[in-house]
Ligand binder design. Structure first.
Ligand code: MLT
Length: 259
């Protein structure tokens, strides 16, 4: 048997882990603006999901979101830390839902940023196949003009789009294709089944996932807080890092007070 994948991490701070799970097709660098500010409250652990970044080489087999979730569990075990405050952006939120279902004892709280609980519609599934074909034929680079304009609000600073482009281009094509298939085949998650403290953050200008749907999802999660992130599209942690860090810090402070 091949040795298990070890996920690469960016880390800062100390104490209870804050596990940051990036979206598609990015890596841990997506959380660059959270590493220092949130280190005041937590041991911040931003992972590279398998197949990219600092993670060890993935075996040549397909994966599902459950595979990513099990990688997170193994990574926390290897770090020797207890339950984490789990934060997932977009695809990272899908992984966080899978993680909560499969490893509930490892989740102290759940934060979903620019994400959703529903699975793909038939039309969205078709889009996954189409994007996989484009990556297979033209490489990951071909996703940059297709994705970046939809991800970032027109008013966001240019460096955000540039940073996203760099991350997209360095993600191996096979990794992109496997993530696309994993997202295509994911099940619906049930927001009403969440039994941990929860926070939902969503960019007011998210063109990919409307903020109204996120508000509805948050209302279905027992006790969840919802914060709309002004001036941000789909990548709120970069587009309006201050607002995201503030909302997360105050949520974590409230958890620490046992409120
Ligand atoms: C992401 O940002 O992770 C993806 O756009 C999510 C998706 O395509 O469903």
């Amino acid at each position: 048997l091949p040795s298990p994948i070890v996920l690469g991490t960016l880390q800062s701070g100390s104490g209870r882990p804050l596990l940051l799970v990036h979206g598609f097709p990015f890596d841990a660098e997506q959380w660059s603006e959270q590493m220092a500010p949130l280190a005041a409250r937590r041991r911040v652990v931003a992972v590279d999901l398998r197949g990219r970044g600092r993670s060890t080489h993935a075996p040549d087999v397909d994966w599902t979101l459950d595979t990513h979730a099990d990688d997170l569990a193994r990574t926390l075990d290897e770090l020797g830390v207890g339950p984490a405050d789990v934060v997932g952006l977009s695809m990272g939120g899908y992984v966080a839902f899978a993680f909560l279902l499969r490893h509930p004892d490892k989740v102290a709280s759940l934060t979903l940023i620019d994400s959703k609980s529903g699975g793909d519609t038939p039309e969205a599934k078709h889009g996954r196949d189409e994007n996989a074909r484009i990556v297979r034929e033209h490489g990951t680079k071909a996703l940059v003009p297709l994705l970046v304009p939809k991800l970032v609000a027109p008013t966001s600073p240019a460096w955000v789009g540039q940073k996203l482009s760099v991350m997209i281009e360095r993600t191996p094509p096979s990794t992109c294709i496997r993530d696309l298939m994993a997202m295509r085949d994911r099940p619906d998650s049930d927001p009403a089944a969440v039994r941990v403290p929860a926070l939902v953050l969503h960019g007011a200008l998210d063109a990919l996932m409307p903020v109204a749907a996120a508000r509805t999802m948050a209302a279905a999660i027992p006790g969840a807080r919802f914060v709309e992130i002004p001036g941000s599209g789909h990548i709120a942690c970069l587009e309006n890092a201050d607002a995201v860090n503030q909302a997360l810090s105050s949520f974590l402070a409230q958890l620490d007070r046992g409120a």
